[in-house]
Design a binder for this molecule. Structure first.
Ligand SMILES: [Zn+2]
Length: 482
């Protein structure tokens, strides 16, 4: 029996101990008040020791977890709501460390017969179609997909990030949402690099939000000048917010930087290091093309990695040396990347894919075991986002971000090893309940915070518009001419 009352926050410890004494001495045990008790679950705590309770309990009061333990813990509480997990898996909400959520509006476009999907399809579509309204509506839709799929926190980089923040709050999940900075005019900034000013206003507005962590993101080393990368980092430092950048996604980024900005460097990582922008608040998305020296720089600076194996495979950009980075102790989380790249925001699929692809490329079945994949999708992601003191594991005192995964479905039963079930068998459709910040967001498979029929109706309007514009893109003529 492992009762996890030893790490309770002080008030909870005192109360819990008093209650235990009361249970021992009084004829009628005094029960403690709670808002939600989840009982009879296989609880994957994802704490430091990776404790698992096969008949476990998680107790929530207000927005926090106040107790985690075995079946005896459930009996100590008087809860407004009791959820009998019926043997299903209870685990921390999953964390998607890299996304461009509004791009869900363009899901499944330009998948065949296109030279460069980013330049021939997405940049032109974005130029013609992006608006505050599209960004908000698509973000609601994407947040719904994530919430229903057990993702309780995600990191994003896009434009009008305040609209994405509004949408994320509406659906009720957490977001580390970074306003993008790029060298050409975009929907929310007429001037090149206008994102810096936009970001500052947005950061000020959302600095104290409960669910939203504002952040800032220069798009990539080859689309943002060295001066502006430094200026963006200074802004992130000023407000102590995360700094996110695509890096080492392509093999030739150092050459692109040299060609565009005239700065010669050994690698794009050493280039970023020379700008002084790598530290524990920096999240590098992709980090595929790395030398051993690059890995040691990342480790030394304590920069974090958002690993997007599905998007990288589909985009044929390569396989990140995530295993090597993990072995030297670099913090890594999993990301889906935008839904134009990976087509879904499914973190189950990403776990399963990460677990498989590293075995394959290294020809070693022992690499990335299921417990490691689940770690990357939970506490690993929390470390990447600098939020591991608040989320990523089920521990007393942490914020109550909890999901329940059905292990009695056709695709999940039987389940002898919960980590293997989560990594290789389960999918978003198996998430029955989702709690974020102590609030039920999904209950018995049903989204409680937003009317999906309304979302779908709004998205159909966007779908019609996008379909019309997409037909006019020059790549269609190019295809016909071939
Ligand atoms: Zn990306």
């Amino acid at each position: 029996m492992k009762q996890k009352l030893s790490v309770l926050s002080t008030i909870a410890v005192a109360t819990a101990l008093t209650a235990q004494v009361a249970i021992g001495w009084a004829a009628t045990p005094t029960k403690l008040d709670a808002d939600i008790v989840i009982k009879n679950g296989q609880v994957l705590t994802m704490n430091e020791q990776k404790d698992v309770y096969s008949q476990g309990t998680v107790v929530v009061k207000d927005n926090k977890i106040i107790a985690v333990g075995d079946d005896k813990v459930a009996a100590q509480y008087n809860a407004k709501k009791v959820i009998d997990a019926g043997g299903d898996i209870v685990m921390p909400g999953m964390i998607n460390t890299h996304n461009h959520v509004p791009m869900v509006a363009f899901r499944s476009i330009g998948e065949e017969g296109v030279g460069n999907r980013l330049f021939d399809v997405f940049f032109p579509l974005e130029e013609k179609l992006l608006s505050r309204d599209l960004i908000y509506t698509a973000s609601v839709h994407g947040a719904i997909e994530m919430a229903k799929g057990g993702v309780t926190t995600y990191a994003d980089m896009y434009y009008h990030e305040d609209e994405i923040a509004k949408a994320t709050e509406k659906v009720g999940i957490r977001g580390v949402l970074a306003e993008s900075v790029i060298s050409f005019p975009v929907v929310d900034a007429k001037e090149p690099y206008g994102g810096i000013k936009y970001a500052e206003d947005y950061i000020k507005k959302y600095k104290d939000s409960e669910l939203i962590t504002p952040a800032v993101a220069p798009h990539a080393p080859y689309t943002v000048s060295p001066e502006k990368i430094k200026e963006t980092k200074a802004l992130a430092d000023k407000y102590k917010v995360p700094f996110i950048i695509h890096a080492a996604e392509f093999a030739d980024e150092a050459e692109r930087v040299e060609k565009k900005f005239g700065v010669k460097s050994e690698s794009v990582i050493s280039y970023l290091d020379s700008l002084g922008v790598l530290d524990e608040n920096t999240i590098l998305a992709h980090a595929i093309h790395l030398s051993d020296k690059d890995i040691s720089i990342i480790k030394e600076r304590n920069a974090k990695i958002a690993h997007n194996p599905i998007a990288n495979t589909k985009g044929a950009t390569g396989v990140s040396p995530a295993i090597k980075m993990d072995q030297v102790g670099i913090d890594i989380g999993l990301g889906t990347d935008g839904p134009m790249s990976s087509n879904t925001m499914d973190v189950f699929g990403t776990m399963g894919y990460a677990a498989r692809v590293h075995k394959l490329v290294n020809k070693d079945q022992s690499l990335m075991p299921p417990s490691k994949a689940v770690e990357l999708a939970t506490i690993g992601g929390a470390k990447v986002l600098g939020m591991d003191d608040k989320i990523g594991s089920l521990e007393t005192g942490k914020l109550a971000d909890i999901i329940i995964v059905d292990v009695h479905a056709p695709n999940t039963f039987p389940s002898y090893d919960p980590y293997a079930t989560i990594t290789y068998a389960a999918g978003p459709q198996n998430v029955t309940d989702v709690i974020v910040n102590g609030k039920m967001i999904v209950e018995a498979n049903e989204l409680k915070t937003y009317d999906y029929a309304k979302d779908l109706k709004d998205m159909e309007v966007i779908y019609e518009k996008v379909s019309q514009v997409e037909k006019t893109l020059p790549y269609h003529q190019k295809k016909e001419a071939e």
